[in-house]
Design a protein around this ligand. Structure first.
Ligand SMILES: [Zn+2]
Length: 297
């Protein structure tokens, strides 16, 4: 966005109010009780970006590409083992190009009872695309995931949570059950399109509950990991504990190429133990949670 050309201070009330009202949080979809009387729901998401992070940026760094391959070779298998140990079901958001690179990984994820959701074509930023291009990529991504896994995706997480002014319109055209890219609440809510209820469930994310924020590094920028794994666990655990107290949703975003390492995978393993220790926590896919709140809120 060109801030100099935009001159927001000259906008009429209609203009700035229109921007705010375009995509908005509507009624809360937080139910009074969760499935089977559970007190709290947990939605674990793993964004299997793999090489598409580097491809999106031009695909020149073989080093960053190899980090992406780590996500497939070590990250996803470690995560699937941890989930299987606790019989916990989760959602994997996969760019179509990553699914085409690793179709066997996607089939294993689905065979083990997990969900696969849309995560763009090649991890592109939606806000730089015209409507037609964004729409074409989202539909092709959905078709590709269905072809590989045999299941039509019902939810979408925009890559880098980059939700464009056209994304909601495209989600409605796709007939999706839920989005998981926006941040207006801790608990599920219904998305409004210029004030009109859409029936689409938002399962809200937050950078606070994202491993990449604390752990990412980039050799040629100032980006360095700044939080030790124990502190990251502490943040995630506090988010979960308060969600449990409030009877709400704890949604956590992790990445196989970020959390799959020997020094970090324990964070997921420990959280899974925390959920089990509470006893009345419903750990489920985003699709199952979205369908439940749509029925029961
Ligand atoms: Zn991603």
């Amino acid at each position: 966005m060109d801030r100099i050309q935009e001159q927001p201070w000259t906008w009429s009330e209609e203009v700035w109010r229109g921007k705010v009202e375009h995509v908005r949080a509507g009624r809360s979809l937080k139910p009074t009780t969760w499935k089977n009387g559970a007190r709290c729901a947990v939605a674990l998401s793993f964004d299997s970006d793999h090489e598409t992070n580097e491809l999106r940026d031009g695909g020149k760094s073989i080093g960053r590409m190899s980090q992406g391959q780590y996500g497939n070779r070590k990250g996803v298998p470690r995560i699937l083992e941890a989930l299987a140990k606790h019989d916990a079901k989760a959602t994997f958001f996969v760019p179509a190009v990553a699914a085409l690179l690793y179709p066997d990984e996607q089939r294993r994820v689905v065979a083990e009872g997990h969900e696969i959701g849309i995560h763009g074509w090649i991890h592109e930023l939606n806000s730089v695309l015209p409507y037609d291009t964004e729409r074409d990529l989202m539909f092709r991504a959905s078709d590709t995931l269905e072809k590989i896994t045999g299941q039509r995706p019902v939810g979408l997480r925009t890559a880098s949570w980059d939700f464009s002014p056209d994304t909601l319109r495209i989600q409605r055209e796709l007939g999706l059950l839920y989005d998981s890219s926006l941040m207006a609440d801790d608990d599920p809510y219904e998305l409004l399109d210029r004030g009109e209820p859409t029936g689409i469930v938002e399962l809200p994310v937050e950078w606070i509950r994202d491993d990449a924020v604390y752990f990412n590094m980039h050799r040629f920028s100032g980006l360095r990991p700044h939080t030790p794994p124990t502190a990251v666990y502490d943040i995630f655990h506090r988010e979960f504990e308060r969600a449990y107290e409030e009877g709400g949703l704890f949604l956590l975003t992790m990445h196989p190429h970020v959390t799959g390492y020997r020094s970090r995978i324990w964070i997921l393993e420990k959280l899974l133990e925390d959920f089990a220790a509470r006893g009345d926590v419903w750990v489920a896919t985003h699709a199952d949670i979205a369908a439940y709140v749509k029925e029961n809120a």
